[in-house]
Design a binder for this molecule. Structure first.
Ligand SMILES: NC(=O)c1ccc[n+]([C@@H]2O[C@H](COP(=O)([O-])OP(=O)(O)OC[C@H]3O[C@@H](n4cnc5c(N)ncnc54)[C@H](O)[C@@H]3O)[C@@H](O)[C@H]2O)c1
Length: 522
């Protein structure tokens, strides 16, 4: 059996399941490369000890990682990019965010490509799996790989070593092949969704298709590199636009006093209509930026500029949903005779996706900011999100106080909740309701919003005036929530995901408000 060494750069939601799947294939040895960044460096030891770093549901992944890392010993993770030197194939799976002006931030991609290029051997296959703006593989990654390696991409070229490095003179193969995974379904979607592979030439495509055959249980469709890049970004732009449509319909239904979920099922009764589900906002690493990557690609590499107004409008609509949720909270409280300022609001769901731990671009963040701006006291709850990831949102909190209701109450009853800029970064002294001094590590940060985070649903709801559901975690679907809500001070639930029926809430003596639903006195 031949020994194939695969290097996967970037141990994240995409790179980890992919690396683990290949490591389970007989004859494969896989090395994951993960930089020791403050946020993600810990995943190296975690994976090497045979554990999955994901806290949410990931069927089959923990067992797979344990098998390949500890039993078969075919999977190892390092921060040393030099392992690319004897790689037969290299996959690049690093993040590709956009900045505030929607321009791609390719530092990670460039670093990964440069590192691979400095070490890779003649004949290696490099595949970009990160989502990129159309044109990036050939206009950004290929020149870096060629410059660093001294080799040419594509079918063999006559050998002539680089005058700069003295190395190279050979060739390597280059392709783009995107992932269709999402947290919670990583292995299933990776192996059971058809895959698209687009090489920069026929031989690159052929080699990449042959590689993926080892893990795919569905068809692999070969195409060219640019078409594959466009297809990936179009696929996600399509979803973003469709969610925006559903969200706009939710606002219309809410205003007219009809239930958008009922309307949706009536519309979708026609087999050729597929209205999406409206919700409290769109998050994750992909949907909020992939339409912008598409936009960037056409403007950077297209023959003519294209005004993609629809994509931008969809982004605007989806970005506005958390603010609409804040408005619903305010209206629901007002109807109960309570101002938002000073009310205790429990925000349920910090991960952007149900039963997952991923907080990137979570709609909970703008919602919490809007609530805090209007003086609400906010406690955040999520059963899956790690404290470090919550802290990284910059909401300024203290340690996770899992089951200690008293401590949580004391922290929430702090008189002054914002760190005033007038303190000039000096750590303020804070006191709980009994006058005791409280230690809040994040108070030194001027942006701290003093939002308490807990993984205990009862603690989050105790004494709350409103619970607002941002994420459809299973914990919010049934009796657990209804029971915990009995300890609320004002029993209002604002449902941003269609999690609960109004009737069920009424039976539990809770006032129900829902996005896109006929609620309140309106
Ligand atoms: N998350 C998804 O569901 C999903 C689905 C399809 C496609 N994608 C795309 O796949 C890519 C990766 O997404 P992700 O969610 O896995 O990201 P992620 O942030 O979970 O993982 C990326 C990892 O790469 C590491 N990294 C960055 N630069 C590195 C370098 N130079 N060397 C070594 N490690 C480096 C980071 O520290 C991080 O651990 C993105 O382009 C994304 O758009 C993601």
């Amino acid at each position: 059996m031949t020994d194939t060494h695969l290097v996967v750069i970037g141990m994240g939601y995409v790179g980890i399941p992919c690396a683990a799947l290949f490591a389970d294939v007989p004859g494969f040895r896989v090395t994951g490369v993960q930089r020791r960044s403050p946020r993600s460096g810990w995943k190296i030891d975690c994976l090497n000890s045979g554990h999955s770093p994901f806290a949410g549901d990931e069927p089959g992944l923990a067992e797979l990682i344990q098998r390949v890392a500890l039993e078969k010993r075919t999977f190892h993770v390092t921060d040393d990019i030099a392992v690319c030197r004897d790689a037969d194939a290299i996959l690049i799976d690093v993040q590709t965010p956009v900045d505030a002006n929607h321009v791609p931030q390719y530092e990670s991609l460039r670093e990964a490509a440069a590192g691979a290029g400095q070490h890779m051997k003649q004949g290696v296959l490099v595949v970009i799996e990160s989502t990129v703006a159309p044109g990036t593989t050939q206009h950004v990654v290929q020149p870096i790989l060629e410059q660093e390696s001294g080799m040419k991409a594509g079918s063999p070229h006559p050998p002539s070593p680089s005058p700069h490095t003295g190395r190279g003179g050979g060739n390597f193969y280059l392709a783009f092949s995107y992932e269709r995974v999402m947290p919670g379904k990583l292995l299933e979607y990776l192996t059971h969704f058809p895959r698209v592979v687009g090489g920069i030439d026929a031989e690159s495509t052929r080699r990449a298709v042959a590689l993926y055959r080892h893990i795919m249980q569905k068809e692999i469709t070969p195409t060219d590199c640019l078409t594959a890049e466009v297809a990936k970004t179009v696929e996600n732009a399509y979803r973003d636009v469709n969610i925006a449509f559903a969200n706009e319909m939710a606002l219309i239904c809410e205003s007219l006093g009809v239930d958008v979920f009922e309307v949706r099922s009536l519309v979708n009764a026609r087999p050729d209509r597929h209205m999406h589900i409206p919700g409290a906002g769109v998050g994750g690493h992909c949907l909020p930026k992939d339409p912008w990557l598409l936009n960037h690609g056409v403007n950077a590499y297209g023959h003519s500029k294209v005004r993609s107004d629809l994509l931008a409008l969809a982004r605007d609509i989806n970005d506005s949903m958390p603010l609409h949720m804040a408005k619903l909270v305010q209206e629901a409280l007002a109807e109960a005779g309570q101002p938002l300022a000073g009310a205790k609001v429990a925000v349920l769901g910090i991960a952007y996706l149900e039963n997952a731990d991923d907080t990137r671009n979570t709609p909970a963040l703008p919602l919490i900011r809007a609530l805090r701006d209007q003086g609400a006291i906010v406690v955040a709850h999520d059963p899956y999100v790690r404290q470090a990831d919550f802290d990284a949102l910059g909401l300024g909190t203290s340690k996770n106080i899992a089951c200690n209701h008293e401590e949580l109450e004391a922290r929430i009853n702090i008189k002054e909740t914002l760190c005033p800029p007038s303190l000039g970064g000096k750590k303020p002294r804070r006191h709980g309701e009994h006058g005791e001094e409280l230690e809040f590590s994040a108070f030194s940060a001027p942006s701290a919003l003093n939002v308490v985070y807990t993984q205990d649903l009862r603690a989050a709801l105790q004494g709350a005036d409103c619970a607002v559901i941002v994420t459809k975690h299973r914990d919010y679907l049934g009796s657990e929530l209804l029971q915990a809500a009995q300890a609320m001070r004002t029993r209002i639930v604002v449902d941003g995901r269609g999690c609960i029926e109004e009737q069920v809430c009424a039976e539990a003596r809770l006032t129900y408000w829902g996005l896109g639903r006929r609620t309140g006195s309106r």
